[in-house]
Structure formats: structure tokens, C-alpha cells
Design a protein around this ligand. Structure first.
Ligand SMILES: NC(=O)c1ccc[n+]([C@@H]2O[C@H](COP(=O)([O-])OP(=O)(O)OC[C@H]3O[C@@H](n4cnc5c(N)ncnc54)[C@H](O)[C@@H]3O)[C@@H](O)[C@H]2O)c1
Length: 268
């Protein structure tokens, strides 16, 4: 066990995984616990969060689970209140929940646009809204919001709702960071590139692999300068750094975790 987050209480949203395997939120919850944080593993799929808790406890870490739909106001409020009731504080808020989906302006149904904004963007506004007053009372806190490379760069397949929601995450992060910098609270965004996670298999198989997951993985590898997609652990370690005291002078920034994809025009 490390000590980079020793004594800290961390909320991780989307700490389960949409299918079997390791997602970004799950890996982050595990890494936080390995570094001494007490983790509140939040997911609307409680079974998925329980699996994360089992993995953390097997390694001797501390974790509780909580069922939350982060697109709902009352759920976000009770998530933060429960964390503070149980542990007396909230040091880290890691907003990982996101949903995918493809299509341009014409192909995207209005309901999908609204849902994507609620799940990917409004959720982070809500969790910040309820966590910030407690962090302010503590005089400290760190927030990491998961955006995406798609917020600054088009992907081969159009994803207008996803890209716009993730661009909003960057602006939201910046607003929080600057307003709360004098109060000891930091906020940063992480922009993952092509990471090999269950969510990708769930949402991207059609757009990138003509329905074939293996073809999709090969194509995604081919778009990466390293020849390989990233792993959820790569996102987790970025989050660990940003939420540790080592990053105490870093706020309002975006950390790209993409193996160099941003700097290339490589296609499959
Ligand atoms: N995997 C990639 O290549 C990639 C790239 C860029 C950004 N991201 C972002 O990383 C984040 C996590 O992605 P992942 O691939 O690890 O996903 P994942 O499916 O492995 O995990 C997401 C978890 O969030 C939960 N969840 C979904 N909607 C929820 C809601 N409304 N309330 C509570 N829980 C909910 C799911 O049940 C699931 O357990 C997302 O924000 C995604 O947009 C991923």
C-alpha cells in the first residue's frame, strides 16, 4: 500500500464497469485505495460497484458502495451528504461517469442529446454543486473531471452530443478551478484518448468495427502512435497524481492521456 492519498476520502463516480472487465472509474477507485484513500464507489449499477469494493477489500483497502444516478439532483445531494455523514469530509471528487454514442446533428435524436448532456455534463455540475460547500468548509479539496480527447479533436465517426458534452466538462472544470482557487480547492480535467475499456465495446462496436469488437480494437490500436490503445490504469494514475498533494499547484488544467494521438493524423 502507498501513502500518496493517505487519510483522504474520495468519491469516485462510475466506479463499476458497464460490462465485465476494467473501466476507467474502477481502476481509479482501486488505485486511490492502494494509495491509502477511503473510497466511496458510486454507480447506478450497485453490483458493478460491489465488484470494485470486493477487489479493493481483497487488497486490504477501504471502500463503501453507494447507488447513485449522477444525472439526478437528489441522488447527487445524498451521495455527498452520506459521504460527509460517514467520514466527516470529502477530499476528492472524481467525476468519471460518462455515456457514449455516435451521430451528427441530423442523426442524433433530441432525447439522446438531452440524455448525453445530463449524464456527461449536468452530472458533474451537480456533484460539484453539492461537494464544493463541504470542501470550502474544510478549506481543501480536489476535483477531477473525465472529459475526452473528443472534446478537442474530431474522431473518425461523428459524435456530436458526446463531443459537445465533453467540451463542456473542460469549461465547467475551469470555472470551478478559478472560483475556488483562493479557497484551497483544485479542479482539473483528464482527456483520455483511446482506452481499452468495457464502455468502448458497449458503445463503439458498430461505429468502429462494423459490429465486430476485435476489428474495432485493431482499428483503435492502429490510430495510436504507440500502436496500442491505453489501459484504464493510465487514466487512474493521471487521476492519482492530480488528486495527490504532489499536484498542489496544478488547477484548471487539462491532462491529455492519449499516447500521442492528439499530435497525429493517423487513421486506421
Ligand atoms: N474508454 C475510452 O476510450 C474513453 C475515452 C475518453 C473518455 N472516456 C471517458 O471515461 C469515462 C469512463 O469510461 P469507461 O470506459 O471506464 O466506462 P465504464 O463503462 O467501464 O464505466 C462507467 C460506469 O459508469 C456507470 N454509470 C453510467 N451512467 C451512470 C449514471 N447515470 N449514474 C451512475 N453511474 C453510471 C456504469 O454503470 C459503469 O459502471 C467516461 O466518462 C468516458 O466518457 C473513455
Amino acid at each position: 500500500m502507498g501513502e500518496r492519498l493517505k487519510g483522504k476520502v474520495a468519491i469516485v463516480t462510475g466506479a463499476g464497469s458497464i460490462l465485465a472487465g476494467m473501466g476507467n472509474g474502477k481502476a481509479t477507485a482501486i488505485v486511490f485505495a492502494r494509495e491509502g484513500a477511503t473510497v466511496m464507489a458510486v454507480d447506478y449499477n450497485l453490483e458493478a460497484a460491489e465488484e470494485t469494493r470486493r477487489l479493493i477489500e481483497q487488497e486490504g483497502g477501504d471502500c463503501i458502495t453507494f447507488k447513485v444516478d449522477v444525472s439526478k439532483t437528489s441522488d447527487c445531494r445524498s451521495m455527498v451528504e452520506t459521504c460527509v455523514e460517514k467520514f466527516g469530509r470529502v477530499d476528492i471528487l472524481h467525476n468519471n461517469v460518462g455515456m457514449g454514442g455516435y451521430g451528427g446533428a441530423v442523426e442524433t435524436a433530441e432525447e439522446i442529446w438531452d440524455k448525453t448532456m445530463a449524464v456527461n455534463l449536468k452530472s458533474m455540475f451537480l456533484t460539484c454543486k453539492y461537494a464544493l460547500p463541504y470542501m470550502e468548509k474544510q478549506g481543501s479539496g480536489s476535483i477531477t473531471n473525465i472529459s475526452s480527447l473528443n472534446s478537442i479533436r474530431c474522431q473518425p465517426a461523428p459524435a456530436i452530443a458526446y463531443a459537445v458534452s465533453k467540451a463542456g466538462v473542460i469549461a465547467l472544470t475551469r470555472e470551478v478551478a478559478i472560483q475556488y482557487a483562493p479557497r484551497g480547492i483544485r479542479a482539473n480535467a483528464i482527456l483520455p484518448g483511446y482506452m481499452k475499456t468495457p464502455m468502448v465495446e458497449f458503445y463503439n462496436k458498430e461505429a468502429y468495427g462494423d459490429g465486430d469488437a476485435e476489428l474495432m480494437w485493431r482499428r483503435r490500436d492502429a490510430m495510436c502512435p504507440t500502436g496500442k490503445q491505453g489501459e484504464p490504469w493510465d487514466v487512474a494514475y493521471a487521476a492519482l497524481f492530480l488528486n495527490s498533494d504532489e499536484a498542489k499547484y496544478i488547477t484548471g488544467t487539462t491532462l491529455i492521456v492519449d499516447g500521442g494521438v492528439t499530435n497525429t493524423t493517423k487513421q486506421w
